[in-house]
Design a protein around this ligand. Sequence first.
Ligand SMILES: [Zn+2]
Length: 406
Amino acid sequence: MRLYDTARRAVVPFQPRDNRVGMYVCGITPYDAAHMGHAFAYHVFDVIARRLILLDVDVHHVRNITDVDDDILRVARERNADYRTVGDAQVQRFDRDMADIGLLPVDAAPRATMHVAEMVRWIARLHEEGYAYEQAGWVFFDTAKFPRYGRLSGLDVATMTALSRERGADPDDPRKHNPLDFVLWQQSAAGEPSWPSPWSDGRPGWHIECSVLSTGELGHPIDLHGGGDDLIYPHHDSEIAQAEAIGVAPYVTHWVHVAMVRHQGEKMSKSLRNLVFVRDVLERVPGPTVRILLAAHHYRESWTYDEDELREADERRQRYHVAMQSDATLDSDDAQDYERQFLERLDDDLDTPGALRIIDLAAAALTHGAVRSRGGPVKAEEVLGRLLDTIGARAARRSESVGPAA
Ligand SMILES: [Zn+2]
């Protein structure tokens, strides 16, 4: 299988070690419902996992939950609720949404709040080794001590500074030695959850969470680490710095990043109020339609959510459904041929749009029924079922009778 690696800036073979793959994907901050941007990113890693499983690779898929952060605390204050209640409810909704679009369950979903002691130990080590400094109860990573900082994104300092401001950090914070320095530990305000540390009663920064949770679950190097492409800088550049500064190196073998989904001309984001929630889409179409819509887009190309495309995806699902319900069969040589071409598309940097075109061809051949058996017949349901299953778009039995979209 060949996949683009963000660090090497090229499509390269993705090589499992000893037929095992540890895959870490940055997960949600549970304070709002999952939108189509989440669905697209997690769909991509689900297809990678499914493809590797077909290759008999033992995949250990980890997706963390950032269950304490400024956004959750703000929502909890607004609702006069405990932040854990807010987070637990959102995690349940997220799990339901992802199950309903056919994502395989992950093997581990570590929560930040369950691992704060490990994060404190990691930060203490960075501090001892001179990569971090304390300012009145807060601890910052000293980016000047790690000259490779920013190499993953390859951005210049001015762009990194602008992006860190846009993405919630404060490069103008006078406590920082350098505008790009980032928070490892922050003192909690009165009434906020806090954990003890040598510096203050506080909580960890976001970046340290993923260095600690990923290596805690998978050791290092992590075979495949991924997330949305808005995480390359600062999140993943900062994860690398925290890990490699203290010898957890190489931290990651292969980086995979998924492009953003746009709506109304902008990246889908909470602050722009242009979110399309997965649950709202699922009110109108079944899960396999959502997966077909997502698979129609290559993971490295940003795309715009569009109602016409949702309708087309649902028509495609119905065509597949009709073909699968037919009594038609394919000759086993032809069935194998479709499967080989389909897998070739997936193995070519996860060309899911190309893979869908192969399913279209197989479905059309079955629907038109012009197939004569040479090597023994293979049933329509078996041929298409295998292909659809690999992109997570095989209907659950109970929803197979779902009709056209409203
Ligand atoms: Zn992360």
